[in-house]
Design a binder for this molecule. Structure first.
Ligand code: ZN
Length: 72
């Protein structure tokens, strides 16, 4: 596992605590990542967190479980 992979994992845990934090791109270290959160279709209480760097096009998707706060 290289340094960049480790940084992505650190980012994943950071986002799960603070979803709208500004994060520098771990690949180029020259721009902030765009973050898009898309809920899963269906019953599973999960979201995909898409991270995209405009500068170097680095991207990553992190799947995160979310606790159901509201019962449908
Ligand atoms: Zn970048």
């Amino acid at each position: 596992m290289n340094d960049v992979s480790i940084k992505w994992i650190e980012i994943a845990s950071l986002i799960s605590k603070t979803p709208y934090v500004k994060i520098k791109c771990p690949s180029c270290d020259n721009a902030f990542l765009n973050i898009f959160i898309t809920p899963w279709q269906g019953d599973e209480p999960k979201v995909d967190i898409h991270l995209l760097c405009e500068k170097c096009n680095a991207k990553n998707v992190i799947t995160k479980e979310v606790s159901k706060s509201n019962k449908a």
